[in-house]
Write a protein that binds this ligand. Structure first.
Ligand SMILES: [Zn+2]
Length: 169
């Protein structure tokens, strides 16, 4: 078994969360402004016994609630958008790996940034890792970025490794 080059890690595996720092900071800041506004309105209205005087505080609370909702909605929107983008990239990688599904013509979003994932010359190479229980193709997204070694089918059988359900079945 020889050590093979570690392929570039796709963004969907390299990122810990779907949110970039700027997205998290912006949505947190907007949500915090809304929360503070609701708190101010709560304190303000608690000192007013007259309903007519409470109405302006109610308006402040409604406005702050809208800001609060915008902050949380932005956070969810960014999260869902990034997860969907990662799903599309993963499917694109799967198509390249298996060459079974017909491509629909849309370009893999980060194909240019990840030439290692598009290495057809080695797509049939079998690999596994030190503590892995499965054997994969070298182009399988499940082994991207992990330390892997080449092996053949006899070696895989001798080590009782099952075939990866993503890239080999
Ligand atoms: Zn695999």
């Amino acid at each position: 078994m020889t050590e093979v080059a570690v392929p570039a890690v796709p963004r969907y595996l390299a990122q810990e969360t779907p949110w970039r720092k700027a997205d998290s900071l912006l949505s947190s800041a907007v949500t915090l402004v809304g929360l503070v506004g609701v708190g101010i309105a709560w304190v303000g209205v608690s000192g007013e016994a007259d309903f007519d005087n409470q109405q302006s505080w109610l308006m402040v609370a409604i406005g702050a609630g809208v800001i609060l909702g915008l902050g949380m909605s932005w956070w969810l929107l960014v999260g869902f958008r990034e997860v969907r983008r990662a799903q599309r990239e993963f499917v694109a990688d799967l198509r390249l790996t298996r060459k079974l599904l017909p491509t629909t013509g849309e370009p893999a979003l980060s194909r240019a940034a990840r030439p290692a994932a598009v290495a057809p010359a080695h797509s049939d190479d079998l690999v596994t890792g030190e503590r892995m229980t499965l054997v994969h193709r070298s182009t399988c997204p499940m082994v991207a970025g992990k330390p892997i070694v080449n092996l053949d089918r006899a070696q895989a059988a001798a080590r009782r490794l099952d075939e990866c359900k993503v890239c080999l079945q």
